[in-house]
Design a protein around this ligand. Structure first.
Ligand SMILES: Nc1ncnc2c1ncn2[C@@H]1O[C@H](COP(=O)(O)OP(=O)(O)OP(=O)(O)O)[C@@H](O)[C@H]1O
Ligand SMILES: [Mg+2]
Length: 253
């Protein structure tokens, strides 16, 4: 985990931002993006819904040559143009590598169903995913099959909310798979967007917050997933009282 990451930085080349550009260049964190320095082989993106994590993750994936909807360099199964407007961002990013990685995978929980459909019952392709058609397994089972069989040491892995498929126990199993891949090669690297306090707990990871309209490094204890979970489980009754019966605004307008 202490080895320097193969991908060292991600920079937005302002000269490549189109004139009068709207989405994705109007997303506050993208508007203010200059250079992100990656200093660990696992980097988590955290932040409120809509803060821009998926937008940047997709653009990094595309810039590396992975399909926006997920998959490896060989699998491009984009089924929608809904995010096609994020494509110019990929073209404006400069990825700086200490050691250029040759393979990787972009895993999006949202489009995992489409990946499963794409693979179908094709035995040859399924061999890389543990052999069983993904649609004949539960969401979490198929996700873990992919994590265990498809991810190899020395790859560049981008994941968008992998916890969406996983129970808390399976999230821990997923961290174990991740740790083994990191230990097996100094070139394994992950960038993971997440809302999970369990995943974020991985020791030695870099955590970048997308809140307050800019990307900044934060400590685990300062992340919202950790703070909300902690407040909730430490004193559930009082916390829920505050959430469900907030004090009336003394100065209503
Ligand atoms: N195709 C699109 N066209 C226009 N705006 C978009 C598009 N996709 C996303 N947005 C907007 O860009 C902003 C960032 O969205 P993004 O999906 O990157 O957020 P996120 O941090 O991944 O959120 P979440 O935690 O909910 O997944 C949001 O305000 C969203 O509404
Ligand atoms: Mg997202």
């Amino acid at each position: 985990m202490d080895d320097p990451p193969p991908l060292r930085s991600v920079r937005l080349l302002r000269a490549r931002v189109p004139e009068g550009a709207r989405y994705p260049f109007d997303v506050p964190v993208i508007r203010r993006l200059d250079t992100i320095e990656l200093n660990r082989r696992v980097c988590f993106f955290v932040g409120e819904n809509g803060s821009g994590k998926s937008t940047l993750l997709e653009a990094i994936a595309e810039s590396f040559g992975l399909g926006r909807e997920g998959g490896s360099r060989h699998i491009r199964h984009d089924t929608t143009d809904a995010n096609a407007s994020s494509a110019p961002l990929a073209g404006a990013l400069r990825l700086s590598w200490a050691r250029k990685l040759l393979f990787g995978f972009f895993l999006r929980a949202e489009s995992f169903f489409n990946l499963a459909t794409y693979l179908g019952e094709d035995r040859e392709m399924l061999a890389q995913y543990g052999g069983l058609p993904l649609h004949r397994q539960s969401h979490g089972e198929s996700f873990m099959a992919l994590a265990k069989h498809r991810l190899r040491p020395g790859g560049f892995y981008l994941m968008d909310e992998p916890e969406a498929a996983l129970s808390p126990q399976r999230q821990l199993s997923f961290l174990l798979v991740l740790d083994q891949l990191l230990a097996a090669s100094p070139d394994t690297q992950f960038i993971i967007a997440t809302h999970s306090a369990v995943l974020l707990a991985l020791p030695g990871a870099q955590i970048l917050s997308f809140d307050e309209g800019e990307i900044a490094e934060v400590r685990y204890e300062d992340t919202a997933p950790y703070q909300v979970l902690k407040a909730c489980v430490n004193n559930r009754a009082a916390f829920m009282e505050r959430v469900l019966r907030p004090a009336p605004d003394p100065d209503p307008d």
